[in-house]
Design a protein around this ligand. Structure first.
Ligand code: FES
Ligand SMILES: [Fe+2]
Length: 443
C-alpha cells in the first residue's frame, strides 16, 4: 500500500479497477429510519471510521481551535503550544460539562464556564480554583482532556474515535495518493454551508454514489456533460469502501448536438477566458473539449495554474470520489467541491449536510470568476459559515437540486409501500456503499 509519506505520483493512476463482488441483499427502507439501525451504525461506523473534522487552516497557529459535532459527540481540535494538532472529546473532566461552546476561535487557555477549570491547548489542566481543596493535591498537570486520534492530511484534520483504528493512510487506501495530486493545501474554502435536513445521512451518500439522476435532477448538465454511463469509468475500491467516477465534460450530450446556440452560450465565458472563440465551434461543438484541454495546457502557466500533475481529461472532465462513510468530492481544474453528511445526535430521519467549495486561485490572483462554482470568489475575504435549514441557504445551483430531492425521498423510504431499492447496473456504487456498511456492522 502506498504510504502518505511517500512523494505523491505526478499524476493520478487512472487504471480501471477490477469490479469487486457485490451482494444482492435488499436495501430496505428501515435502514433510513430505524433507531436500532442508527444505534448500530453509531457503534460500528461513526465511532470507528476516520472522519473529516475540519480544515487544518482553522488551526493554523498555536492556540487556534475548532469544534466538530458528530452524532452525540463534540470533538475539540486544537493546535498546541508545541505546534501539534490534537483532537479531544469536548468534555470537561471535572464534572462533564461541554468545555468549548464556540465553533472556532483562539485561546491561550480553554476555560470551562462551570467551575473555571482551564486547559492548555495541548489538553493539560493548567488552573483550578482552590487547588488546595483536592485530596492528593492540585490536579493541575495530572489531569488531561481525553484525546481522540487525529491526523492532518490533504488540508483536512481527520479524527477517529477508535483508539485502535488503523492509520488514516490505510483507511484511504488508493484514494490517499490520488488526493495528494490535487494539492488541497493550495486551495481556499470559498463556500461553507451547513444544512440541517429532514432525511437520513445515507440519502446524501447514495445520491453522490450515482449519476443516473443527472438528466432529471440537473437538466442543465445535459448540455455539457456526457450522460451516457457507458462513457464513464467507475471504480470501486474494495475493501476500503471508497469509489470514483470519471465522466467526460465540456462537450454536448448526444441529444443536444444539434443545439449549438445553447451549448455555445453556456460555455462562452469559459471559452473566452481561455482565448477561444465560441463561434469557431458552431459547426462542431464536440471539438470544445479537446480545444479547452489544449488551451489550458498551453496557457495555464501564464494564468497562474500549474497543471503539470493533471491528465488532459482532468482539465475538462468530472473526477468524482466518495470516501466511506460520509464524504464525497468532485475535483475540477479550478477547485473542488466537498460534501459531508453527518448523522443527527438522536433522530435517524435528520442529518447535517455540509457543502464546502475550495477554490484554486491562480498564482497572483485574488479575485476571479470560478467556472466550476459559477460565481466570483475572493481569496482575501474569509468565507462565513452559514447554517440553516433546507430552502434558507444555497449550496450552489447544482447541489441545491440534489438537496431538493432528499426530504421527499425520506418520506417514501418511510412508507409501508416501499419494498427496497431496485438498482440499475450504473448504481453499483450505491450497492457497494451498503455492502460496506453491512461489512462494518458485522465486523
Ligand atoms: S465541569 Fe468544568 S469546571 Fe466543573
Ligand atoms: Fe446530483
Amino acid at each position: 500500500m502506498a504510504s502518505l509519506l511517500e512523494p505523491p505520483a505526478q499524476r493520478i493512476d487512472t487504471t480501471p479497477q477490477p469490479m469487486p463482488a457485490l451482494s444482492g441483499r435488499p436495501i430496505a427502507g428501515s435502514r433510513y429510519w430505524s433507531r436500532d439501525f442508527m444505534e448500530r451504525e453509531w457503534e460500528a461506523i461513526w465511532t470507528k471510521a476516520w472522519l473529516i473534522g475540519g480544515l487544518a487552516s482553522q488551526v493554523e497557529k498555536p492556540g487556534d481551535f475548532f469544534t466538530y459535532h458528530i452524532g452525540r459527540e463534540s470533538i475539540l481540535v486544537t493546535r498546541g503550544e508545541d505546534g501539534v494538532v490534537r483532537a479531544f472529546y469536548n468534555v470537561c473532566p471535572h464534572r462533564g460539562k461541554r468545555l468549548v461552546m464556540e465553533e472556532e476561535g483562539h485561546a491561550k487557555r480553554l476555560a470551562c464556564s462551570y467551575h473555571g477549570w482551564r486547559f492548555t491547548p495541548d489538553g493539560e489542566l493548567a488552573f483550578v480554583p482552590c487547588p488546595e481543596d483536592f485530596a492528593g493535591g492540585s490536579p493541575c498537570g495530572k489531569v488531561r482532556l481525553a484525546e481522540v486520534r487525529c491526523e492532518v492530511f490533504a488540508s483536512f484534520v481527520w479524527v477517529n474515535l477508535d483508539p485502535d483504528a488503523a492509520p488514516l493512510a490505510e483507511h484511504l487506501g488508493p484514494v490517499g495518493p490520488q488526493l495528494e495530486c490535487y494539492r488541497m493545501e493550495q486551495m481556499r474554502r470559498t463556500h461553507w454551508v451547513t444544512l440541517e435536513g429532514d432525511w437520513n445521512w445515507k440519502c446524501v451518500q447514495d445520491n453522490f454514489n450515482e449519476s443516473y439522476h443527472l438528466p432529471f435532477v440537473h437538466p442543465q448538465t445535459r448540455f455539457v456533460m456526457e450522460q451516457s454511463y457507458r462513457e464513464c469509468q467507475f471504480d470501486l475500491y474494495a475493501p476500503h469502501g471508497h469509489a470514483r467516477m470519471f465522466m467526460p465534460g465540456s462537450r454536448p450530450a448526444r441529444s443536444l448536438r444539434g443545439h449549438a446556440d445553447t451549448v455555445l452560450q453556456m460555455m462562452s465565458r469559459e471559452l473566452a477566458y481561455w482565448g477561444l472563440d465560441p463561434e469557431d465551434f458552431r459547426e462542431d461543438p464536440l471539438a470544445i473539449r479537446e480545444a479547452l484541454q489544449r488551451a489550458k495546457r498551453e496557457k495555464g502557466a501564464a494564468k497562474g495554474y500549474d497543471y503539470a500533475r493533471f491528465h488532459d481529461a482532468q482539465l475538462t472532465d468530472h473526477f468524482h470520489y466518495t470516501i466511506f462513510p460520509n464524504i464525497s468530492f468532485s475535483l475540477k481544474p479550478d477547485g473542488c467541491i466537498w460534501l459531508r453528511a453527518d448523522p443527527h445526535p438522536t433522530d435517524p430521519e435528520r442529518c447535517f449536510f455540509d457543502m464546502w467549495y475550495f477554490t484554486w486561485f491562480p498564482e497572483g490572483v485574488d479575485r476571479y470568476y470560478a467556472y466550476s462554482m459559477g460565481q466570483e470568489v475572493d481569496r482575501t475575504t474569509p468565507v462565513p459559515h452559514r447554517r440553516g435549514v433546507v430552502g434558507e441557504l444555497s449550496c450552489g445551483p447544482g447541489i441545491d437540486q440534489d438537496v431538493s430531492i432528499w426530504s421527499e425521498q425520506q418520506k417514501g423510504l418511510r412508507s409501508r409501500g416501499y419494498r427496497g431499492a431496485h438498482l440499475a447496473g450504473q448504481e453499483a456504487r450505491v450497492r457497494f456503499f451498503h455492502d460496506t456498511i453491512d461489512r462494518w456492522l458485522e465486523a
